[in-house]
Design a protein around this ligand. Structure first.
Ligand SMILES: Cc1ncc(COP(=O)(O)O)c(C=O)c1O
Length: 403
């Protein structure tokens, strides 16, 4: 493992030298997407320059090399999540597609009219709307774990939601708004005691903490590579083999078939059954480079680094009058300044070179629960520094003084 040398790390990310309105970029919108290290950016050009060729189909050398790299990247993801088999790793376009695949295919296999899925009030829309689409098709029932006033899942309410019609629990591991790290071990234990499988939306946990799907014993886990320093358009759905084997394909086309006849088609084995068409092999291989980068630093250290920056930011925010902080800041902190609209805060910060996210963060039911229209969110990554936090706080103080 290399030293956590922040200057050396920053030098790996070309975009961090950019200036915004003649000020150094302070990028604090990492929960939306992270910046990419040189190794990831270069790998994309290198693949196109050296091995580009469609995978799995060709007998020729280039195709074999591209296929080997793609399957090696699947193995990298397997290791990253400590899954038992690489065939349990499905490549998708992102967390959103992973969750749509899950809802469509798990729903088709296991859910009938009146069956229930348990979600939570702090879900991203991508873990709500696919279930509503299934609801419209199949007449399933959506149950919702409430969020407490202090921004946690109400586990007593969760227990009372489980019954013989519950077929799946699907919740976020880490909230993209509140920062709350949910007690997923306990949620999984409770759900499994009722023989109910659990899916985790790992969009915010994969970049932030080590995830061991076998130790957690979760049944599904979804994340996006672009939030873990990888390219856009790449996602992962981990699923236990036993369940994936029973689930039908999500899309039809090339690669996912065994044999096609007009009288009926057989399907390929895992994971290809779920990967119709030419995969984003260049993106998948580059995503593995990103996971290698993260693993070489170590997620424990990345988590400690981000938590320390968040604590520092929270301390500073507490000293600014009329700032209200929400939830349980971890790698991100959400807040509002009384009397100033969140988007105005965001625009003023932008003019001072500080990129933050504002709005409902694709979590409108949570906004409704908190009786707000949105928040300002500063989210940290492995390359952020205390100087970034200082610049953010000083810009925020200046913005507040303008009102
Ligand atoms: C908790 C959570 N779930 C799901 C998503 C959706 O991820 P993507 O847009 O990469 O599919 C996000 C991204 O903002 C997220 O934060």
């Amino acid at each position: 493992m290399e030293m956590y040398d922040i200057e050396k790390i920053r030098a790996d990310f070309p975009i961090l030298t950019r200036e915004i309105y003649n000020r150094p970029l302070v990028y604090l919108d990492n929960a939306a997407t992270t910046q990419k290290p040189r190794s990831v950016i270069d790998s994309i050009a290198e693949i196109y320059s050296t091995v580009n060729s469609n995978v799995h189909r060709g007998v020729h050398r280039l195709s074999r090399e591209a296929t080997e790299l793609l399957e090696a990247s699947r193995e990298t993801v397997r290791r990253f999540l400590n899954a038992e088999k690489a065939s349990e790793i499905l490549f998708t376009r992102g967390t959103t597609e992973s969750l749509n695949l899950l809802a469509a295919s798990f729903g088709e296999a296991f859910m009938h009219e009146g069956d229930e899925v348990v979600l939570s009030e702090m879900e991203h829309h991508s873990n709500i709307v696919p279930w509503q689409l299934l609801q419209a098709r199949r007449g399933i029932v959506i149950r919702v774990i409430p969020v407490t006033d202090d921004g946690r899942l109400d586990l007593d309410a969760f227990r009372s939601l489980l019954n013989e019609r519950t077929k799946l629990v699907s919740v976020t591991h880490v909230s993209n708004v509140l920062g709350t790290v949910n007690p997923v071990e306990e949620i999984i234990r409770i759900a499994h005691a009722h023989d109910v499988p659990v899916a985790l939306d790992g969009a915010q946990s994969a970049p932030f903490m080590p995830v061991d799907v076998r130790a957690l014993d979760c049944d599904f886990y979804a994340f996006s590579a672009h939030k873990v320093y990888g390219p856009t358009g790449v996602g992962v759905l981990y699923g236990k083999e036993r369940l994936l084997e029973l689930m039908p394909p999500y899309q039809g086309g090339g690669e996912m078939i065994g044999h096609v006849r007009f009288s009926g088609t057989t399907f390929n084995e895992l994971p290809y059954k779920f990967e119709a068409g030419t995969p984003n092999y260049v993106g998948n291989i580059a995503a593995a480079k990103a996971l290698d980068y993260v693993s070489s630093l170590g997620l424990e250290r990345i988590r400690a680094h981000e938590e320390s920056l968040t604590r520092y930011a929270v301390e500073g925010l507490r000293e600014i009058p009329n700032v209200r902080i929400y939830g349980h800041p971890s790698s991100l902190v959400s807040f509002n300044v009384e009397g100033i609209h969140h988007s105005d805060v965001g625009v003023l910060l932008d003019h001072m070179g500080v990129a933050v996210r504002t709005g409902h963060h694709c979590a409108q039911p949570l906004m409704e629960r908190m009786n707000i229209t949105g928040t300002v969110r500063a989210s940290f990554a492995l390359y952020n520094t205390r100087a970034d936090v200082d610049a953010f706080l000083s810009a925020l103080r200046k913005a507040c003084s303008m009102f």
